[in-house]
Design a protein around this ligand. Structure first.
Ligand code: CAA
Length: 445
């Protein structure tokens, strides 16, 4: 059986950075701790005037191709996942391929290009598409380029404004991968929901509190579905559990739910019995509401136990570092959670070869997916080659007024001229519109 998975990954962050507790919260009249302690966010990335989903995606992809010594002939497929697309017909992958063809010999005419849409889960769905294409033997020895790129902006004044972000993740999917192998087993929780959507509008309509409930409900279903094919999960089986991270506070809730589910009828539930009792069982309650209330009470106690806190600190907390510094990258968000975890493992000198990750993706509308990944022998070389800290440190800090200008620059309804905040160097930039209203790009040295 061919092993298929992620061979390498690279990121590209928006070049501007907004300090949420110190710059954003005071102007909004909010307590900075809502950000640092509540949402778990410190800073978020924003795109400069000349950046957008195409430039960020193409720049991440170029870094990946350069590092792995690839040419267009090595890539048989380019899939872009985004929920920030500006065209209902021409996919973003064609723009990105056009950019890359400016700098490489050869072209991508042989490559199948597409665009995946299902809110934030589309990045993981694109991985699936690439995986299936290779497993089916249709790749003719070529690899797939999967790019998750988003500018996560909300209407000004919307509560979602607190969780914005912008950046891209490029992943190379190949046989005998150098980073992680994807499991064949996967589980889904999927249902028609109206929690977060963009009905032909740039900024989302969001029912924030409901979106959090829907995330948890679908994630629980996906975990059950995963177990139905892969067998029972247990907290000790997974070194890290990267979740889709709209903001770290959301993952705190998902992790608690996951831990309760995984520990039911296990040694851990037995160990905790004397401290917090056994988990409530539905059969012991007359109504669903009574059962739910008992579960909430149990979870409130569970999260204070040493066992839970220790597990959370080891398995979940390391997945949240990048997210807390860049905000929501929508389709790329779960993939930077995986990267965060592996960077933490490298920093701690852990031997990760053969270790398992359980990956929980989510997209509003709504669908969750769970699969496992096995870390490969060459993982450390791959992780050490990614320059996350340098990129994040190189961002230019913006004031609240600058933030409003940048929000307007990227608002499709507004036309304003704003000087760029940074100087582009050795990267793709947006240069304006062509005669058919297409967006145009150039590589600047
Ligand atoms: N000190 C410590 N904590 C504080 C605090 C303070 N001073 N002030 C507030 N908090 C806590 C709150 O208690 C809350 O935590 P809990 O949920 O654990 O109680 C947290 O900080 C956030 O505070 P609020 O609930 O008051 O924040 P809000 O009303 O401004 O809304 C939000 C938060 C609903 C997430 C909003 O930002 C939003 O709508 N975001 C966009 C939607 C979203 O990201 N949904 C997530 C699930 S959907 C998804 O995952 C897809 C996606 O990517 C969009």
């Amino acid at each position: 059986m061919t092993s298929v998975g992620i061979d390498a990954m690279e990121i590209w962050t928006g070049k501007l950075v907004l300090d949420l507790p110190n710059t954003f919260a005071p102007v909004k009249g909010e307590d900075p701790e809502k950000y640092t302690k509540g949402l778990g966010l410190h800073t978020s990335s924003f795109p400069d005037v000349y950046e957008d989903i195409v430039t960020m995606g193409a720049n991440a992809a170029k870094q990946l191709m350069d590092r792995k010594g690839l040419t267009p002939a090595d890539i048989g497929r380019i899939d872009v996942a985004t929920e920030s697309a500006f065209d209902n017909s021409k996919p973003v992958s064609t723009y990105i391929a056009g950019c890359l063809e400016q700098v490489y010999d050869g072209d991508f005419r042989h490559a199948n290009k597409g665009e995946r849409k299902f809110a934030c889960i589309a990045g993981t769905q694109s991985l699936d598409d690439a995986y299936n294409w290779i497993k089916a033997g249709r790749n003719r020895g070529r690899a797939a380029l999967v790019i998750a790129t988003d500018t996560a902006l909300y209407e000004r004044g919307d509560p979602g404004e607190a969780t914005q972000g912008a950046g891209a993740v490029a992943m190379l999917i190949d046989e005998d991968p150098d980073l992680v192998e994807l499991s064949t087993e996967q589980g889904y929780g999927s249902m028609d929901e109206t929690d977060f959507l963009k009905p032909n509008q740039q900024f989302p309509s969001v029912d924030g509190k409901r979106s959090m409930q829907v995330y948890l409900a679908r994630m629980r279903e996906a975990l059950e579905d995963y177990e139905s094919v892969a067998g029972r999960t247990h907290p000790d089986l997974f070194e890290y559990i990267p979740f889709h991270t709209p903001f770290p506070g959301m993952v705190r809730k998902a992790a608690l739910l996951g831990f309760r589910h995984m520990t039911r009828d296990t040694d851990i539930e037995d160990d905790l019995e004397s401290e917090i009792g056994r988990q409530p069982r539905e059969a012991d309650f007359e109504t669903w509401d009574d059962y739910e209330e008992a579960i909430r009470g149990y979870m409130d106690e569970l999260k204070t136990t040493e066992q839970y806190r220790d597990w959370y600190g080891r398995v979940i907390e390391p997945t949240l570092d990048i997210s807390s510094r860049v905000g929501n990258w929508y389709t790329g968000s779960v993939h930077i959670a995986r990267l965060s975890a592996l960077i933490a493992a490298a920093d701690e000198g852990k031997d990760m070869t053969g270790k398992q990750l359980l990956v929980g993706s989510y997209g509003s509308g709504a669908q969750a997916e769970i699969h496992a990944e096995t870390v490969q022998e060459t993982w450390l070389d791959e992780i050490e080659a990614v320059d996350v800290d340098d990129q994040l440190a190189a961002r230019t800090e913006i004031s609240f007024d600058d933030y409003e200008l940048i929000h307007d620059v990227h608002n499709h309804e507004k036309e304003i001229e704003v000087e760029e905040f940074t100087q582009p160097e050795a990267e793709f930039v947006f240069t304006g519109w062509g005669r058919m209203n297409e967006r145009r790009y150039e590589y600047v040295e």
